[in-house]
Design a protein around this ligand. Structure first.
Ligand code: ZN
Length: 305
């Protein structure tokens, strides 16, 4: 009876966006509209869609990332990025999409009301033990189980390069953000210094692929900015991280800082990680594009006449 309290009734069915009613059972969460059957167990809302958004070659991504979750990556080298990312978060209601082992969740929990979400139950169980007091949700980022205009901040670090349809995920983030809401997005830059070197050294066109573990789409600053504009965001801040990443292990920090300053303009473009604050915008990108194309058509017609 107490699963979805009135104050918590902002979850919606990921498949049909219908609000859940208070369930009769302690653990079952049932969508009255489409019959979707979800559960709340061991402190985790499992709102993974009944109808997957998309599958490629029948790969079950939920299962795949469940395995990933059992073998987490090391966190030691990521402190710089974590601190930069967390400092961009304002507070209020925060959705952390792709919470992994809870490395950032710990710091976010001090800033606001955190919803830590992941596709992998293995990760969520780790976060549960590590960070008390946050709402834990298993979900698919293509089909967010939250009502519209709910979050102040959405944070996504190292997620967008793993998802099948990035446009759709960003569209969903746009939907759940409040009108002035911010997306804090961290994505690796395919055009980083090390990759350029590898490209120059190797003669094979696919020489980069073996370095990209489970990444299925790639971004550079221009491509990322354009994708954000097309999905209804404008860039408030761009923060490159680890421009000279490969050198960091061997060169003292003071020299690294000097390099960062000396080559800041180039480093912005060839950095390893891109960190962006994107604000939700009502600007009608596609409408503007359409009118520009129509204008050009009229101009070309005038020329020919
Ligand atoms: Zn439903």
């Amino acid at each position: 009876m107490k699963i979805i309290e009135d104050k918590e009734n902002h979850f919606v069915c990921p498949d049909c966006h219908h609000h859940f009613v208070k369930p009769e059972d302690e653990s079952a969460i049932i969508c009255e509209k489409c019959g979707g059957n979800f559960i709340f167990r061991d402190g985790i809302y499992d709102l993974y869609p009944q109808v997957p958004f998309a599958e490629v070659n029948s790969v079950n991504f939920a299962e795949l990332y469940q395995e990933f979750g059992k073998h987490p990556l090391t966190e030691d080298s990521e402190a710089l990025r974590r601190d930069a990312t967390v400092s961009m978060v304002d507070g209020g209601r925060i959705l952390e999409l792709g919470c992994n082992t809870g490395f950032m969740t710990e710091c976010l929990a001090q800033k606001g009301q955190v919803y830590a979400a992941d596709i992998s139950m293995s990760y969520l169980k780790k976060v549960k033990n590590r960070v008390p007091g946050v709402t834990l949700v298993r979900l698919d980022a293509h089909k967010l189980p939250f009502e519209a205009l709910f979050f102040d901040n959405v944070l996504m670090t190292d997620v967008l390069e793993h998802v099948l349809v990035p446009c759709r995920v960003l569209e969903e983030v746009h939907r759940v953000l409040k009108p002035e809401g911010k997306l804090i997005l961290g994505v690796p830059n395919i055009l980083n210094f090390s990759n350029i070197l590898r490209h120059l050294i190797s003669s094979k066109p696919n020489s980069l692929l073996k370095y990209t573990d489970a990444h299925i789409s790639f971004y550079d600053p221009a491509g990322l900015f354009q994708l954000l504009a097309a999905t209804g965001f404008f860039i408030k801040k761009y923060h490159p991280i680890y421009p000279f990443s490969t050198a960091r292990n061997i060169i003292p920090p003071s020299i690294i800082r000097l390099l960062d300053n000396l080559f800041s303009r180039i480093a912005r473009y060839f950095t390893r990680e891109m960190l962006v604050i994107a604000q939700k915008s009502e600007k009608r990108y596609w409408q503007t594009l359409k009118s520009k194309i129509l204008q050009r058509k009229v101009l070309l017609q005038d020329k020919h006449e």
